[in-house]
Design a protein around this ligand. Structure first.
Ligand SMILES: N[C@@H](CCC(=O)N[C@@H](CS)C(=O)NCC(=O)O)C(=O)O
Length: 245
């Protein structure tokens, strides 16, 4: 059985797309990042970076006990290896996909996240003009990269639908919230429409949406503590004693 520690955000949905496309059986373990579930000791034991998603495979192919994997890109590579699906077998094809997975993880994901963060902030924390322009332009560049890639081929890595498409898609659906006009990127628009038609993608994108309605009953004090935890995260101290020096 596979456990997916999950909250309905683009980083979580990349993985549900792959799980649904592969027809794998899995259990969603909600990790309510607005409530601070990512800071519990149990969660930190499977991801010291306090971020979801995390996959726990209770029956790995190696048959040597449960294995947990964090970072959505690593999870997707793990599942591609486990299933042998949506990843070419030859070295050239495989590294073509891996480089786009890395591109997404190092570029599109983090910077589009910052783009959304600064655009949503408005001016409540002072003038965000520089950050908004910087990240909106960078995201514009990403759409250009994908548009050129998709100009003469149906999928990001050619004729074959792979995890490269699955990992990029959830970060592209909210193009308007990212300050972009999809009509400037007609090949991305075609790809988005094609992806949106896939039943597995439709199912995956809806997974856990109801979790957002989970009423979070918190005192004002707890709410302020969480805001500080989420918005100004700094280093978690290592244990004071017993360390290797
Ligand atoms: N590079 C990580 C990013 C994961 C990530 O940023 N997850 C966010 C939600 S999309 C999160 O868990 N945030 C919790 C927090 O900010 O404390 C991945 O792709 O798995």
């Amino acid at each position: 059985m596979l456990d997916l520690h999950y909250w309905p955000t683009p980083n979580g949905k990349k993985v549900t797309i792959q799980l649904e496309e592969c027809g794998l059986e899995y259990r969603v373990v909600p990790c309510n990042i607005g409530r601070g579930d990512q800071f519990t000791d149990e969660f930190l034991a499977i991801n010291p970076n306090n971020r979801m998603p995390v996959l726990v495979d209770h029956a790995p192919l190696s048959n040597d006990g449960p294995i947990s994997v964090f970072e959505s890109g690593a999870i997707m590579l793990y599942l591609a290896e486990k299933t042998g699906r949506f990843m070419p077998k030859d070295t050239r094809g495989k590294y073509d996909v891996i480089q786009w997975v890395m591109w997404q993880m190092a570029n599109q994901g983090p910077k589009t996240g910052e783009c959304g963060h600064f655009r949503r902030l408005g001016d409540s924390e002072g003038d965000q003009g520089y950050a908004v322009t910087r990240f909106t332009d960078e995201v514009n560049r990403f759409y250009g990269v994908l548009n050129n890639q998709l100009y003469r081929q149906p999928f990001i890595c050619g004729d074959e639908y792979t995890i490269a498409d699955m990992i990029c898609y959830p970060w592209c659906v909210n193009w308007s919230g990212q300050g972009q006009d999809i009509n400037e990127f007609i090949y991305v628009k075609r790809w988005l429409a094609m992806m949106a038609e896939r039943p597995a993608v439709q199912k995956a994108m809806a997974i856990g949406e109801e979790l957002r309605n989970d009423p979070v009953t918190l005192s004002d004090e707890e709410r302020a503590r969480l805001k500080a935890l989420l918005y100004n995260q700094r280093a978690r101290p290592a244990p004071a004693t017993g360390g290797l020096l």
